[in-house]
Ligand binder design. Structure first.
Ligand code: AMP
Length: 913
């Protein structure tokens, strides 16, 4: 025992760890003996043998069983020994040796004192560097490696073949790479590999408050050194790296992204938050525009433009020029634009001038300090208001503007709340609202509207009614008036509330006043733009998903910002679900990233069977993603095109019912979709339809590109209500118009609304009161509902609640779908279907088939010998079937087209309402 130190502890050798494997006691001795020696003044024991004068020596010394740690396949054997110089013995030169051999033998169990030479493998011949002479003792230290150990333990053995040797100590150890933290990832202590695994790959974990896109990895070398770390962990938002750890940002500093950057000092006009800030919110009265980086300074609103001057060269031309000076205070911004509002006054009543008046170059988004206004009436008074805007104006809509409007312009009323308590239950009341001058003189008034109070014992005396105050809109000039209600019964009073702000995104309440809905507290949609930092909105409304829980499988579509994949989501403790994964293409700007994620901030607020469900987002990694439920059948328009004629009306009405239910939910939350179209409805395996596409970027209020006048492309003209095209009046009522178009798309199996008419032709037709004709086989009740959705007067259109109820009724009494609306094949299939594209009659069967999108049957016609249009005109329904047209939808389409071809005399204007 005293021969070897009894140690099993870590000996640090220049950063690596070496473990002594075991207590080594040599138990099997042949000729070797334990000898006590004095070395450098201290006494210790050695194993020695010294049969130098005798021939054929074969003396063995074996250790006890050395147990091996399973991962340690490579061990080091360090020997301390003395070898005597053969020359120091007389007459032994023939037999004396100066080396000995090291052997090893593996075993799964201790075999005790059983010893069989044959089981040992030679590791090395050990020769001394320094030989011991008679007078001087030289201690040698040699280390040898034993590789590829695989069994539970092993023995070492020393073979002497005639030397004079003394073994002082044997140390057996393996090496490990020490537990460490590198690139903010911690790696566990790891046993170094051997010959066959020179580099051992080790996975690590990010330190607390750090994240990494890929799993951090590192390699442990055979020498117990860490090399080549892969995958950098980065401190999370609000944290920075300090000595291998992530520490909260100091007060007054912030960090907005998971990155290797240090926390930054809060920029100008921002609040200094406590430690760990993700961003610095703007000080009161200061804002950030969506294009401003969340890490940038905040800016104030511009003050009002100054010195507004109107000049006219020739009044009779109805044209004048307005010019003004820039605001004194730009709020620290350079993106100042101006908008002009015109009000026309007759007597004491003023109204917005509307579309009659022309502005050159435009009425909004002006960068110059001037504008020309034309088409003015000579005999009227006009009031012009010029407002200065900057990138932050939209975001200031909740706050009090700093004299942004000239003092002569007052706020306007857009909704009414009744506060009286003296109404009789179950009684109808008529209301009229009238403007009075400050001197009490009467002004214009709204039309009368009827409301009913609830029956006794239910809702007390609350008003119940569905009428809007048409005629009483925000188009009143209030500069000299205040509103006073006049009710046609005694004693009731109405209180006007809510200030108008021309920048605010107007919800459906702007046009609709339904008192029962107003009295119900509804969950209201929150515009993510009201958050100074859109990243915070995402955090609030969406669950963050770690990318390792997402598997992308296949590209299924291309979104506005990047590819859309089908894939799986496996959250810990939850079942794996199929999902759609929207990605953000590389090279995006911060604004694009925010716009992309704004969809998630919006979607995350909704929870309805007919609204696409958000599973979560990936925002903390370079590749941002939006993960939603997977809709197996994809977009509705494509799906219907692919199944043309395959569904009965009942099923199509069921789809519309689902879409209407989703839209009712959205409108109840005061969310206006603005881009409702079949391409934005997704269909799942159960043919359930869900509303999707909630991106914000396409319809920003302050985006001059988004208006119809400067760039019509931004508005989906064919789906959009006329008032939304004309003056961007997007409301739930304009969504109802779009819903009517979606109904048409559904009934027409994905046909393009207004076929190949240009946007301009569509708008012209709509203005002239033309509407889409009934699709083929469309129930009359359904087409009537479409026409209601397309009423010019938006207040007369049904609401989504009404639409859901009506469709519900139709579905409950399928007989209601039996009467089919009048159908004209020439307009309903594709204009013009009675002739070729240039107006001349079709020259060939294939030209005709192509025009009705039935080219796939060209061969059937040819094979059946139907090769001229004359042949076609003679075909009966039976003949069409017989040549191989089987799908009922296709059969009808072809039959109707032939019908149309025969009836050359009817006019094309059938879709006038
Ligand atoms: P979007 O960016 O919403 O216009 O998506 C582009 C396309 O990807 C759509 O037209 C669909 O074909 C497909 N897509 C988007 N979301 C889903 C989903 N949740 N399930 C199935 N397909 C989807």
């Amino acid at each position: 025992v005293s021969l070897f130190a009894i140690m099993r502890c870590c000996i640090l050798l220049e950063g690596q760890c070496a473990y002594l494997l075991t207590l080594l006691v040599c138990v099997v001795l042949f000729q070797w003996e334990v000898t006590q020696r004095t070395l450098n003044g201290s006494q210790f024991y050695t194993y020695s043998v010294c049969n130098v004068g005798e021939r054929e020596q074969d003396n063995w010394l074996r250790t006890t069983f050395i147990q091996r740690r399973p991962s340690a396949s490579r061990v080091f054997v360090e020997l301390q020994f003395i070898v005597r110089d053969c020359n120091s013995f007389d007459g032994t030169s023939l037999t004396c040796k100066e080396t000995f051999n090291l052997f090893t033998s593996e075993s799964d169990a201790d075999v005790g004192t059983t010893f069989r030479k044959g089981q040992f493998k030679k590791v090395a011949t050990i020769a001394p560097d320094e030989i011991t002479s008679k007078n001087e003792l030289r201690i040698n230290t040699e280390t040898r490696v034993v590789e590829n150990l695989s069994r539970k333990g092993f023995y070492l053995a020393f073979q002497d073949i005639g030397a004079c040797v003394a073994l002082l100590s044997t140390r057996v150890y393996y090496k490990t790479c020490l537990a460490t933290v590198k690139s903010l990832a911690s790696f566990p202590e790891t046993v170094a590999g051997g010959e066959n695994q020179a580099l051992r790959e080790v996975s690590g974990a990010c330190v607390v408050n750090a994240v990494s896109e890929e799993l951090p990895r590192i390699y442990c070398t055979v020498d117990g050194e860490w090399v080549v770390p892969v995958g950098q962990c980065q401190c999370n938002l609000g944290y920075e790296e300090v000595k291998d750890a992530c520490q909260e940002c100091q007060p007054g500093f912030f960090k907005a992204a998971a990155s290797g950057d240090k926390c930054e000092l809060c920029p100008a006009n921002t609040q200094r938050l406590d430690s760990g800030a993700l961003f610095c919110p703007c000080l009161d009265g200061f804002y950030r525009a969506p294009t401003d980086p969340p890490s940038g300074p905040c800016s104030g609103l511009p003050s009002a433009p100054r010195d507004l001057v109107a000049t006219t060269t020739q009044l009779s031309t109805g044209k004048l020029h307005l010019s003004w000076s820039p605001p004194e205070d730009t709020g620290g911004r350079t993106d100042i634009t101006y908008s002009v509002e015109c009000q026309r006054c007759e007597g004491n009543v003023c109204q917005l001038c509307g579309e009659k008046v022309r502005y050159e170059p435009a009425s909004t988004g002006l960068t110059d300090n001037k504008v020309s206004v034309s088409e003015l009436d000579a005999h009227l008074n006009y009031t012009f208001t010029v407002e200065a805007h900057s990138g932050v104006s939209l975001f200031a809509s909740q706050a009090t503007p700093r004299s942004n409007r000239p003092p002569s312009t007052s706020a306007l009323t857009t909704s009414l709340h009744y506060t009286g308590d003296d109404l009789a239950p179950g009684t109808a009341y008529l209301f009229r609202v009238q403007a009075l001058g400050s001197d009490g003189s009467p002004g214009g008034s709204s039309i009368e509207e009827q409301f009913e109070t609830s029956p006794e014992g239910t809702e007390g005396k609350r008003l119940r009614g569905r009428k809007s105050f048409t005629g009483f809109t925000q188009e009143w000039n209030l500069s000299n008036f205040y509103f006073k209600n006049i009710c046609l019964f005694q004693g009731a009073s109405l209180k006007t509330t809510r200030k108008r702000n021309s920048h605010s995104r107007q919800g459906p309440e702007d046009t609709y006043f339904s008192s029962s809905e107003q009295l119900k507290p509804l969950k209201t949609y929150v515009d993510p733009h009201t958050y100074e930092d859109p990243n915070i909105a995402v955090l609030k409304f969406a669950t963050e998903i770690h990318p390792s829980h997402i598997t992308k499988q296949k590209v299924i579509g291309a979104g506005e910002f990047g590819e859309v994949y089908r894939g799986n989501l496996k959250m810990p403790g939850r079942k794996e679900v199929a999902v759609a994964i929207k990605t953000l293409k590389p090279g995006y700007t911060e604004k694009q990233r925010q716009d992309f994620l704004s969809e998630a901030s919006i979607m995350g607020q909704f929870s309805h069977q007919n609204i696409i469900r958000l599973e979560g987002v990936v925002t903390k990694f370079k590749h941002a993603m939006i993960v939603t439920e997977y809709m197996e059948n994809g977009a509705l328009d494509r799906y219907l095109k692919d199944h043309d004629g395959e569904f009965p009306s009942f099923q199509l009405v069921g789809m519309m019912h689902g879409i209407a239910a989703g839209m009712k939910y959205l409108s109840d939350m005061s969310y206006v979709h603005r881009d409702l179209a079949a391409r934005n409805i997704l269909v799942n395996n159960n043919l359930e339809c869900k509303v999707s596409d909630f991106g914000l970027s396409r319809v920003l209020e302050d985006d001059p590109e988004g208006t119809y006048t400067t760039s019509g492309g931004k508005i989906p003209i064919r789906w959009t209500a006329p008032e939304a095209i004309a003056y961007r009046k997007f409301t739930s009522a304009s969504d109802v118009w779009s819903f009517g178009i979606v109904m048409w798309e559904v009934m027409a199996f994905g046909e393009r609304p207004y076929w190949d008419m240009s946007n301009h032709e569509v708008m012209k037709a709509i203005n002239e009161a033309f509407r889409l004709p009934a699709p083929m086989d469309c129930p009359s009740t359904v087409y009537q509902l479409m026409l209601q959705c397309w009423l010019q007067d938006r207040s007369k259109r049904p609401r989504f609640g009404d639409i859901v109820n009506l469709l519900d009724k139709l579905l409950r009494s399928p007989d209601s779908l039996k009467i089919i609306a009048d159908f004209d094949p020439r307009v309903s299939i594709r204009l013009p279907s009675t002739s070729g594209s240039d107006g001349s009659p079709f020259r060939s069967v294939s030209e005709w088939l192509e025009s009705i999108k039935m080219s796939q049957y060209s061969e059937n016609f040819t094979c059946a010998g139907v090769v001229t249009m004359d042949h076609v005109l003679q075909m009966k329904n039976e003949d069409i079937k017989n040549i191989g047209v089987r799908l009922p939808g296709h059969l009808k389409r072809i039959a109707y087209s032939i019908l149309g071809l025969k009836d050359q005399t009817s006019t094309l204007s059938v879709f006038a309402v």
